[in-house]
Design a protein around this ligand. Structure first.
Ligand code: ARG
Length: 467
């Protein structure tokens, strides 16, 4: 293995004012490099833009700007190849990169921090990180939506019971149910895209809190970073962590969706339901009960939801009492934000693998539609079509249900005479009308379960993923 290169000298950036160095335990307590190291490339990107801006404004010479940019690019390259190792004795990622830069290029490196504070720098790094991390998460979510859509496409004609209160309600199709999951995820994608609009705004140039007396060009620097605009108030720029809270709340909603789907997966894989058969690759066994095949991945996703909610609450609580502007409490934001992000990202991916490899017990689902009088509403609708007021029709259908319960049979097993005892409006066509597949395909309202309507949804979901 090639020798690794060490970073620069990691005396704290602020050590000049102090006669004594900090206690070793103090350093250990306050360091953030183990957490903020993941923003190394964002920090470098920000510093490259900053040096270019300083050069353009004549605050540093063109040559110094060039030296800084190429020094930072070499750090990026060596970090990527693994030749340069992060030195964890540095206080944070900003200190590590600045020290390494100065180590490599000498005096010019000491100019990179001109007109900037770590307070605006960290806010920039977080925004840059969130921009790229969100793009990855949106791509994973779109992949999951297209997997669900693909499965749905194969099952537009396969009926299953729809539930309310966990009781049989009305028949739907497996496609309709899976599209319902997919639509909730489209809202998560839209929320992420919307939050990015407020996140992709540049805070750099706000300094520690009060801007700078140097002729910085904030707009130019923002443009180099691919941001359309700059923050409007320097105090707000370094105090604001709304973007962290907004993302953590979007992650919480997304994780709540996954958790609900997982609850259904767990339930559907019980012997009692037996709607779904999870792949052996995405199931686990028991150390004592040889027969077991457990839906642990669905349970773990459901279980990790608490962690994501906890991260949101941590962030809200951390911020609630902070006076303007930057307070060190805010360093704690990254642990929560990153944990929430990592959790949702891995859960979206694992859920995708689990659901993509599952088998659906279509005959069990269809058979389940026989129980629970799923077609009772269709009996009432039949009478409505013949002119009976709905409230009266509801009562007549309920009487039919009562008779079927007494006779221990399904509604469709009642004779025409028995139906006619309840209402003269019943004719022979009642039997064809309340056949479950007919009931489903009669529900042609937009968004309804009829095959032609679900195909429209599938088309719209595909268009959403292609955008
Ligand atoms: N490591 C800090 C953070 O993550 C950024 C540095 C600002 N520190 C300071 N002492 N002003 O928030």
């Amino acid at each position: 293995m090639a020798d690794t290169i060490k970073g620069g000298n990691h005396a704290a950036l602020w050590s000049g004012r102090f006669k004594e160095g900090p206690d070793a335990q103090a350093v250990e307590f306050e360091t953030s490099i183990y957490i903020d190291e993941r923003m190394a490339f964002d920090d470098i990107k920000g510093s490259i833009a900053h040096a270019k801006m300083l050069g353009k404004q004549g605050i540093i010479s063109d040559d110094e700007a060039k030296q800084i940019v190429s020094g930072l690019e070499s750090i990026e390259k060596d970090l990527t190849s693994g030749q340069l190792q992060i030195d964890y004795s540095a206080e944070d990622i900003h200190s590590f990169i600045e020290a390494t830069l100065t180590d490599r290029i000498g005096e010019a490196g000491k100019k990179v921090h001109t007109g900037r504070s770590r307070n605006d720098q960290i806010a920039l790094d977080e925004r840059l990180y969130l921009r790229r991390a969100t793009m990855d998460l949106i791509a994973s979510l779109k992949k999951l939506i297209s997997v669900l859509t693909k499965i749905a496409e194969q099952h537009t004609d396969h009926i299953m019971p729809g539930f309310t209160h966990m009781q049989h309600a009305q028949p739907v199709t497996l496609a309709h149910h899976l599209c319902a999951w997919a639509w909730s995820l489209t809202r998560d994608v839209e929320r992420l895209q919307d939050a990015l609009k407020r996140t992709c705004i540049s805070p750099i140039g706000s300094g520690a809190l009060a801007g700078s007396g140097l002729p910085l060009d904030r707009e130019y620097e923002a443009k180099l970073l691919g941001f359309d605009s700059i923050t409007k108030n320097s105090l707000d720029s370094v105090s604001d962590r709304d973007y962290c809270i907004e993302f953590a709340s979007i992650f919480s909603i997304l994780q709540m969706h996954l958790s609900r789907f997982c609850e259904e997966v767990v339930l559907w894989s019980t012997s009692e339901f037996n709607f779904i058969n999870l792949s052996e690759k995405w199931s686990t066994g028991s150390s004592i009960m040889p027969q077991k095949k457990n839906p642990d991945f669905a349970e773990l996703i459901r279980g990790r939801t608490g962690k994501v909610y906890g991260d949101l609450i941590s962030l809200l609580t951390m911020m609630k009492g902070l006076p303007l502007s930057y307070d060190r409490d805010m360093q704690e934001d990254k642990a929560s934000l990153f944990e929430a992000y990592d959790t949702v990202s891995s859960c979206v991916q694992i859920f995708t693998y689990m659901i993509e490899s599952a088998q659906w017990n279509l005959d069990v689902m269809e058979n389940a539609c026989k129980e629970g009088f799923l077609n009772a509403t269709d009996v009432a609708d039949y009478l409505v079509c013949k002119g009976m007021p709905f409230r009266t029709a509801h009562g007549v259908s309920a009487s039919c249900v009562r008779l079927a319960i007494e006779k221990k049979c399904h509604l469709e097993d009642l004779t025409l005479d028995e139906f006619k005892q309840m209402s003269e409006l019943f004719e022979e066509d009642i039997f064809a009308t309340i056949e479950p597949k007919k009931c489903v395909n009669a529900r042609k309202t937009s968004g309804g379960p009829a095959e032609e309507k679900v195909l429209e949804q599938i088309k719209a979901l595909k268009e959403f993923c292609a955008k």
